[in-house]
Ligand binder design. Structure first.
Ligand SMILES: NC(=O)c1ccc[n+]([C@@H]2O[C@H](COP(=O)([O-])OP(=O)(O)OC[C@H]3O[C@@H](n4cnc5c(N)ncnc54)[C@H](OP(=O)(O)O)[C@@H]3O)[C@@H](O)[C@H]2O)c1
Length: 375
């Protein structure tokens, strides 16, 4: 039987070299994850970029469970995975996969979520979905735990009632982790976001293609373009999401619509330009904010320093600010370049630059935090 193999920037290999969260697992700590009374879990899309990160985050946070099902497509059925020192066999996802499953973490794409999410809910499973399938459905909470935990009030484990909870788009999560604490203080009226998005946002195969293309270009060969239509290595291009009739692409409109839903503010003005850059892992975003009430840059910096899940890297003297590499495999979103927008009157505008590991906080970590709120 084949073992699941991984790109070096993906979690399972990195797990060997990164240290677990020391506040949760000390060197002599007894692992408490496997517990008879804890929920039964399923990870859907376990062989993918986000699926592998789910396992890493569950482990790092010592998430309690009594059993865990490793689910993927027929292609992966029978492959072996080692998780927390135990061997698991990857199973093909079917409607019966959810019998007896309390919480299912989905990351196998929108069409799989649409097909199997409702099936799981019917069988009493609480689904935390990473795809865009249900995000804009009115009755489905769209949750960033640090921002709007109240949206999932009423969804409880142990009632036998299934439910859907949606994880926002990765760019939205990273942006709102930084923008929300400032919004709470001074109320954002308009937000202009420009993204610099990594290969990992498009999954494990995109990361492999970037690596392959980089080698090919350096060797003078023409680059293999299977995942993206154009050369990615040593280049950048508009995000590969479909372009809509208004000229925005779907990724950009996710930032617009999801922000309004998460902030429960239909009037907030958001515009975005999303760009794919040849970075392996972790997204960067330039965010321009216009506020209803004045907010000076020092107050903003202090607010961000105290915001949960945010670190400030803002060293003007050394010209040191957040980078995708710095935040890769980290939980926190980093914010820097915090400065007054000189194009706006007084203290009604700020520029910030944000970096976050979108496989982690932008996907797996956020979903596991949602699952933790169910415990
Ligand atoms: N990458 C990110 O940063 C990110 C962030 C937020 C949300 N997401 C969302 O998460 C989802 C997965 O993204 P990813 O980046 O992890 O993609 P990926 O690396 O391409 O992984 C896709 C996963 O889905 C599984 N899958 C595909 N077809 C399936 C089927 N018919 N039945 C069951 N499983 C199937 C694959 O299994 P096989 O290995 O067997 O094919 C694999 O485990 C997408 O909806 C994506 O939009 C991704």
């Amino acid at each position: 039987m084949a073992a699941v193999t991984h790109h070096p920037f993906l979690s399972s290999k990195l797990r060997l070299t990164t240290k677990p969260n020391p506040s949760r697992i000390g060197p002599t700590a007894v692992r408490m994850s496997l517990q008879e009374t804890a929920p039964s879990l399923a990870v859907v899309g376990v062989t993918g970029a986000v699926g592998q990160e789910f396992l890493s985050v569950l482990s790092d946070r010592d998430f309690p469970f009594r059993s865990i099902k490793m689910l993927a497509s027929k292609r992966s059925s029978g492959k072996q995975l080692t998780f927390q020192g135990r061997d698991y066999t990857v199973e093909e996802l079917t409607a019966d996969s959810f019998d007896g499953v309390d919480i299912a973490l989905f990351s196998a794409g929108g069409s799989i979520s649409k097909e199997f999410g409702p099936v799981a809910v019917e069988r009493g499973t609480i689904v935390v979905d990473n795809s865009s399938a249900f995000r804009m459905e009115e009755k489905v909470p769209l949750v960033i735990p640090e921002v709007n935990p109240e949206a999932m009030d009423g969804i409880k484990l142990g009632t036998g009632k299934g439910a859907l909870i949606a994880n926002p788009n990765c760019s939205t999560i990273i942006c709102l982790m930084a923008a929300t604490p400032l919004h709470r203080r001074a109320k954002v009226q308009r937000m202009v976001v420009s993204t610099y998005q990594a290969a990992s946002g498009a999954g494990a195969a995109a990361m492999e293609e970037l690596e392959l293309q980089t080698r090919e270009v350096l060797e003078g060969k023409s680059p293999t373009c299977q995942i993206f239509k154009q050369q990615y290595a040593f280049n950048l291009f508009s995000h590969d999401a479909p372009v809509l009739s208004n000229g925005y692409n779907e990724e950009e409109m996710k930032l617009v619509k999801e922000t309004r839903k998460i902030w429960n503010d239909k009037n907030v003005k958001v515009t975005a330009t999303c760009i794919r850059v040849p970075v392996m892992r972790a997204h960067a975003e330039s965010v321009n904010l216009q506020f209803e009430n004045p907010l000076d840059e020092d107050t903003a910096r202090n607010i961000l320093k105290n915001a949960p899940g945010v670190v400030v890297i803002d060293d003007r003297a050394s010209n040191l600010f957040p980078t995708p590499l710095e935040v890769s495999n980290k939980d926190d979103v980093a914010v820097g370049r915090i400065r007054r927008d000189v194009s706006q009157e007084g203290n009604h505008g700020l520029e910030i630059f944000v970096c976050g590991d979108q496989i982690r906080k932008g996907a797996a970590l956020n979903a596991v935090q949602i699952a933790e709120m169910l415990l």
